[in-house]
Design a protein around this ligand. Structure first.
Ligand SMILES: NC(=O)c1ccc[n+]([C@@H]2O[C@H](COP(=O)([O-])OP(=O)(O)OC[C@H]3O[C@@H](n4cnc5c(N)ncnc54)[C@H](OP(=O)(O)O)[C@@H]3O)[C@@H](O)[C@H]2O)c1
Length: 350
């Protein structure tokens, strides 16, 4: 196979980190990782520290990358105002594509990471199972602006684009704000430390609603598949584990894993309730000799609070990717227990 050159943005984050590892393991890729922080991932790749929000920085740091065949845009920046969210996230993509397109005559593909928010799952109940060509919700939604930009920009070009729509990406990482597996494990550890049984902290309806997740390793494979499979060009794909579950069926397994009694579900605002539990976490870290991750660094509680507030089904249809040849799937219960074990083995949780 001819060697391809991947430019991976967001490699210091959850999704991009797994993608970087996957491409390194696969071989056959020259890899450049672009983010402000250096990814904590060993291997044979080049890291360029760049601020994608700054067009001049993009041009000066990335403007010599004339061999890039595949751009993987997996960067994301949080903004509380929805309009600012669009401006910032669209701006990073535009700066990157304009820079690379101008210098790399071998550009083949631009991949964009989206999510189930495309379907408006963050706004309330939506049509399920969600299909890739379902009607859009009332904007703003920064994914719409990003994908519209790519579609327009690609017209008449030799390169193609793809976009992935995962949900609740789960992986082994610390320091990313959107890490559901670690949030559940830290919530359990703090409950146990306080002598409490394990209760589901979400809305009553969320305990029984259908839910889905995406294993970050599966996602990395799916992204690479759609960026290199000609039949998948110029389209978006849902990528989830391929099973759906109800928290009420998983929570007893989690209680078993953490050696805790199961209590009835009890809705709390994790953001407010967990805000003062830093000292409890510090005690746990000290007594169990855990890695010294600060409480602020380990979980941003607003994320699991939002996840557990979804008291309606969250289900994406996986048929489109399957029909075009991506058949991988993951058992979500097995995934959670495997990741809890990995966090424990690495002394992140007790
Ligand atoms: N995590 C999930 O559960 C989930 C679910 C569905 C969809 N998604 C989507 O997947 C994508 C990636 O999410 P993630 O969870 O991996 O996010 P993340 O862990 O927060 O990572 C974000 C990445 O973007 C980079 N970045 C942010 N601002 C930058 C800037 N100004 N210049 C250069 N790089 C910048 C960060 O690097 P530096 O800070 O080092 O610059 C980091 O590597 C997003 O589009 C997200 O919406 C995620």
């Amino acid at each position: 196979m001819t060697k391809r050159t991947a430019l991976v943005t967001g490699a210091s984050g959850l999704v991009g980190g797994y993608l970087l590892k996957y491409l390194l393991d696969q071989g056959g890729w020259d890899i450049v990782a672009a983010s402000r922080r250096k990814p904590d991932i060993p291997g044979n790749y080049r890291h360029i520290a760049v601020d994608l929000l700054d067009p001049a920085d993009c041009k000066s740091k990335l403007g010599s990358l004339k061999d890039v065949s595949h751009i993987f845009f997996v960067a994301y920046i949080e903004r509380s105002d929805p309009r600012d969210l669009v401006t910032a996230n669209l701006g990073m993509l535009v700066n990157l594509v304009e820079t690379i397109e101008a210098v790399s005559p071998v550009l083949e593909h631009v991949h964009l990471s989206e999510g189930t928010k495309w379907y408006g799952n963050h706004l309330g109940p939506f049509k399920t199972p969600a299909k890739e060509d379902d009607p859009r919700h009332m904007p703003p939604n920064f994914y719409y602006d990003q994908q519209d930009f790519l579609e327009q920009r690609q017209k008449g070009k030799r390169w193609g684009w793809s976009a992935v729509r995962p949900h609740a990406v789960c992986g082994f990482s610390t320091g990313g704000p959107m890490n559901l597996t670690l949030a559940i494990a830290v919530y359990a550890a703090i409950s146990k430390e306080l002598g409490l049984p394990l209760s589901f902290p979400g809305k009553p309806g969320a305990y029984s609603a259908l839910y889905q997740c995406t294993d970050a390793a599966l996602l990395a494979k799916g992204i690479t598949w759609m960026a290199t499979e000609p039949k998948a060009a110029n389209q978006a794909f849902n990528i989830t584990n391929g099973d759906i579950f109800r928290w009420q069926n998983l929570w007893p397994k989690f209680a078993d894993f953490f050696g805790m009694a199961l209590a009835p579900s009890r809705y709390i605002s994790l953001g407010r309730t967990m805000a003062d539990k830093g000292p409890v976490w510090d005690c746990i870290v000290a007594r169990h000799g855990l890695q010294p991750h600060s409480y602020q660094e380990i979980v941003a509680w607003g994320y699991p609070e939002n996840v557990f507030a979804s008291d309606y089904d969250i289900v994406s249809d996986m048929g489109k990717a399957r029909r075009l040849g991506f058949h991988d799937s993951v058992d979500s219960k097995e995934m959670f227990l495997r990741m809890f074990t990995e966090f424990r083995r690495n002394r992140i949780i007790p």
